[in-house]
Write a protein that binds this ligand. Structure first.
Ligand code: VGL
Ligand code: ZN
Length: 209
């Protein structure tokens, strides 16, 4: 597949807390880094996202009495999975993995900073209406096709890809540049949604060939 100057690589949440040893570790999460480093030189434009929660964030199980991590509750905007405390603003867990080396990235977009709304997607928070500003940024810069990599495949990568489609943008998930949490069938669910929305799945070799 030919990459053009209107393409952007969106690298989602490659942070310590989502890697082995982190508070919300994704199995083999740090394995995405070498794949991302291999594909990154093909892209003229790279944007990083950083999950960035205040202490006591409403997506943390610890913020709700009698709830355990990975349970679900109803919040004002709908169902929300509760997580272990993770990616707390300014903590080492919220830092990018030290092996991630993408100094050419043009934007670091932080999300999930509103105390009462979680944000999986890089485009809209979990209420599905509060924008992060990324759509406007990409529009002004004429970046019109989104390639995605990072963590986690079935949450922040997946929701970002689906929102890109909702905005009318072609979205391509580089499968081997992602790792999944796989909670209660979340991988199957996101892949069904990808098929429905026209999110494309690609292996990194198909970019590099
Ligand atoms: C994520 C759960 C909570 C992710 C972020 O990056 O996929 N998942 N916060
Ligand atoms: Zn989070």
């Amino acid at each position: 597949m030919q990459i053009t100057s209107q393409d952007v690589l969106l690298v989602i949440d490659v942070q310590n807390d989502f890697c082995p040893g982190g508070a919300l570790a994704v199995a083999d999460g740090d394995a995405v880094i070498e794949v991302i480093h291999r594909i990154a030189p093909r892209f003229e434009h790279i944007v990083l996202t950083q999950d960035w929660h205040p202490a006591g964030h409403s997506s943390f199980a610890s913020a709700h009495a009698n709830h355990q991590p990975f349970a679900q509750i109803g919040l004002s905007y709908g169902r929300q999975t509760l997580w272990p405390d993770h990616c707390v603003q300014g903590s080492s867990g919220a830092e990018f993995h030290p092996s991630l080396h993408l100094p050419q990235a043009e934007l670091i977009l932080r999300k999930g900073f509103r105390p009462h709304i979680d944000s999986y997607s890089a485009f809209f928070e979990n209420d599905r209406v509060t924008p992060t500003g990324l759509a406007g940024y990409l529009r002004e810069r004429n970046l019109t096709r989104i390639f995605l990599a990072g963590l986690a495949y079935d949450f922040c990568v997946g929701y970002s890809a689906l929102d890109a489609r909702r905005l009318g943008l072609p979205a391509v998930v580089i499968r081997d540049a992602c790792r999944a949490i796989d909670l209660n069938g979340s991988v199957a669910a996101i892949e069904a949604a990808f098929a429905e929305a026209g999110v494309m799945l690609l292996e990194s070799v198909e970019l590099l060939g």
